[in-house]
Design a protein around this ligand. Structure first.
Ligand SMILES: Cc1cc2nc3c(=O)[nH]c(=O)nc-3n(C[C@H](O)[C@H](O)[C@H](O)COP(=O)(O)O)c2cc1C
Length: 195
């Protein structure tokens, strides 16, 4: 069975509009996918610093990429489909997701260094990023730094494609947020049906 990994960074939980996009996506994702959820709010995520960082460096220098410390990295590397749901915060996504990425960026597991540069080691042919934003951002707007960063991560980890689905402008005066979320949910569901 094909493995889908759902990385849930919808910090407002049930109130999260971004999570609605993920629910619409998984409601119609064909049952040929086995879905595993990593709820970042329930993970004991720690930024790399001090002894926590030093221990990781020691493990990597010793080539111990099979240590349980790297379980989440191996899980990501093995997934056939990766779905990330995160709201737009402070011109990007919440730091919780960055800390997850920092911890799964493991040389020899999710990527490796070669003479030609980095080579992604993740199996996923598709990565899907689902988000909602308070304001509206045209593609390429320098104030929107979540999608450009995830495009770099797509290349770094070796995901085949990155699809981004966003509901924009939810918090603007006069916006019909429910309609905007419903439209994005429909786009998320349409994409899921193709997988
Ligand atoms: C801490 C925080 C930071 C935010 N930063 C931005 C921002 O920089 N730009 C923006 O357009 N909206 C920003 N917003 C608004 C959210 O992007 C918007 O309300 C989004 O729909 C929240 O998603 P959620 O319902 O899944 O939590 C921010 C909201 C919060 C709570």
């Amino acid at each position: 069975m094909k493995q889908a990994l759902y990385i849930d960074c919808c910090i407002r939980g049930r109130q999260s509009r971004t999570r609605k996009l993920a629910e619409a996506f998984f409601a119609v994702l064909p049952k040929t996918w086995r879905v595993t959820t990593v709820n970042l709010m329930l993970e004991d995520l720690r930024p790399l610093s001090g002894e926590f960082f030093a221990r990781r460096e020691a493990l990597l220098q010793a080539g111990k990429t099979d240590d349980s410390r790297f379980d989440r990295a191996r899980q990501l590397a093995e997934a056939d489909l990766v779905v990330v749901a995160a709201p737009f915060w402070d011109m990007s996504f919440p730091s919780l997701l960055k800390i997850y990425i920092e911890n799964v960026s493991v040389d020899g597991v999710t990527f490796r260094s070669t003479e030609e540069g980095f080579q992604g080691l993740c199996a996923a042919e598709r990565c899907v990023f689902l988000t909602t934003r308070g304001a509206a951002y045209a593609p390429g707007d320098p104030m929107e730094q979540a999608v450009p960063y995830l495009r770099a991560i797509q290349k770094f980890f070796g995901f085949g494609e990155l699809d981004c689905i966003a509901a924009d402008g939810l918090d603007l005066d006069g916006a019909d947020a429910n309609a905007l979320v419903a439209d994005a949910c429909a786009r998320a569901a349409a994409l899921a049906q193709t997988l």
